[in-house]
Design a protein around this ligand. Sequence first.
Ligand code: ADP
Ligand code: MG
Length: 553
Amino acid sequence: MLIADSLSPIRLLPSQLADQIAAGEVIERPASVLKELLENALDAGARRVDVELTQGGMEAIRVSDNGHGIASEEMTLAISRHATSKISRLDDLLRLQSLGFRGEALASICSVSEWEIVSRRLGTKSAYALHQNHSPVLLPANHPVGTSVWIRKLFYNTPARRKFLRADRTEFRHCDEVFRRMALARFDVAFYLKHNSRQVHRLPAAEDDIARSRRVKQLCGEAFARNSLVIDFPYSDMRLWGWISKPDYSRQQSDLQYFYINGRIIRDRVINHALRVAYQSVLAPGRHAAFILHLELDPVSVDVNVHPTKHEVRFRQSRLIHDFLIRCLREALQQSGSVSVEPSDLGIQESSGVYTMIHQHGATMHHDSTLPGAMHFGQVLTWLWDRFAVTRSDTAYYLIDVKQTQAILNCRQWQQAYQHGQIKSRPMLIPPRLSLSASQTEHFASQHSLITSLGFDVTELAPDQIILRAIPTWLHGFDSQSALLKLLDQELLADTMFHQIETVLLDQPFDITNLDNKQFLISLAVHRDDLTNCWRTISQTDLSDWLQTRPHD
Ligand code: ADP
Ligand code: MG
């Protein structure tokens, strides 16, 4: 059978089949259809979008907008592959303002469903309908300026894919999430959603702060609305605005995290890292911040044509953006000042340890910026959970996150040494053998020389097995084997590499037994202004309260 196939002549795929294959890339379920249709409506300048779903969108999806519509002579073109009105040259990709641009969505969707499109172009008097069974013949229709697209029986002609769809409820949940993302992207547009004829969301256009906050509350819940800070930071030609959770509000999951760049929702490693760093000192391990953030910048400085679903981006200056985010968020979190103790439904009771205490005692704690010169952190009084040091100087008590401090300081020194070609390694007494997963093997192969230049001496034993003979000295105290494996889990990018390393180190167990306390406190004192997230002054009352409430571990 296979042999017969391999003898078949090469042919061009019939276009319907080519579209169906392409559909596999972007159309996975009703929610992906909804996403594409909503993007088209917004790209058409709609001020109002109505969505109606039946049976989780599997039976029918209808999206109507009041955008500029499609010219009748372009209706059939709109549903052919690589037909787009949004770009005409590769160069346009560099200054993209629209959500779509690949010209594939409608063609893909129509190749795997029953469909009908009705549209009336702005400035014209009649509407036309294009229906699957009559295409390419246009029929006169009734429709105000704008476009309605009906999609029915998704995957009816590709049963293998239809099998992958889940219960109505599940598919609806995915659609609802897509709808929320869009509604949080564009406050100036009215959005309405019905499911099985029942109205689910009714969101009039929100033109002012109050209306915008009302929409946030409607979509993200009362608890988030009450426990979030509204931020707005303009900076040269960038602007970061939105809602971020206060330090004492956190979630068990990262389900309430929306980040937009120029109105497009994205997931990005650099951004995620910046958010994690900004929140790291106020969140208990395993807890997640919640946010709706909009970053606006010159489209030229970000490339969205990285992935078919357009969720990933590439920045021209990722470091600048990374640091800008951290600076804004830290400032906002710090300005939020004393932290309320009001217990919230998803709040602090579940978190444990020092973090909770820091929060509960937030009101009496402050960063000590009044002491002149190199401050003395004094001497270590006690250790908490093998990670935090409580120290005492003549004037104050301090709580220090030793692991965090060490991770940051190590990474900086490591980076400097790397830049100056002065990497130092330490041989392993008994070189361990490490087994690699498939993706680690791949990254090891492509990044071997980079890993070596960071100070690891690694040799390949088998394609998926390596031996670790030496490690960079800056890993001292951290679990070096697991750190190396974590690094091999990802692709290291030249301009964020040391941030990636820092994240990995913060995740590693840290062994304080060999720590040189004195040296550590001196380094901390020297860099204390850069490390304000790593230490706090505490009052004696706090201290005794804490020591009494210390959990028995
Ligand atoms: P893309 O959005 O990537 O251009 P699509 O296949 O989604 O590709 O749409 C193809 C073209 O059809 C768009 O470029 C646009 O000109 C037109 N179009 C699709 N939906 C709408 C709509 N709701 N209103 C106006 N024009 C639309
Ligand atoms: Mg599109």
